[in-house]
Design a protein around this ligand. Sequence first.
Ligand code: SAH
Length: 215
Amino acid sequence: MNDNEKKLKLILGIKKRGIKDNRILNIIETIDRGIFLDGIFKARSLDDVPLPIKCGQTISQPSVVAMMTEKLKLTKRCKVLEVGTGSGYQTAILSKLSRRVYTVERHENLKKKAEKLLNYHGFKNITTILGDGSLGIEKQAPFDRIILTAAAEDIPQILLQQLKIGGIMVLPIGLPQSDQTLIQLRKTATQVIYDEIAKVRFVPLLEGIAFQKGA
Ligand code: SAH
């Protein structure tokens, strides 16, 4: 299969999983996932699978990225918080659909690499931050949308507080190394509404900034 055929297959697969938003399908078609991958993994950028990145982390599967993005219901007015920059792939997609993205990563190497890559490729509305994203970003709160790309055991209450009323949060919930549930959470003035989206597997949301070997 050549790259065009692979891309067609990827997009068809994503549509089959129920993603209908053409903006998202177009963005996934346009942004080269290969630039976020290293070495031999670049050749697999069009496969609908998670792949290893540095620091023992993974780049998410395109269909899951599409699903999470769709459930966020982004508009160009949204101020978004992403917890878990990783490769920066999901960040790039969010940036195309919102006003500004604040993305937090606990591994300095990943943060620096993603920042450089996103700058180089001209993504201008992204702020990359080294930190523990489960604490949110106090001085930028509240956010219209929050997305976690690492699985929490429970909904981080600080993030819920930093979500605007009328805001949406999408996150995987569950224990590491087991099936987790992708949740869409909507905050109203009086309640929090939860909807289960799918079963997923993500790396765990960990506390604090990662210790860097050799630093
Ligand atoms: N969306 C990313 C997924 C990366 S995997 C991509 O497609 O590349 C999830 C990332 O969350 C990892 O890089 C991990 O280091 C990071 N992470 C885990 N716990 C975190 C925390 N508390 N704060 C910030 N980042 C965290």
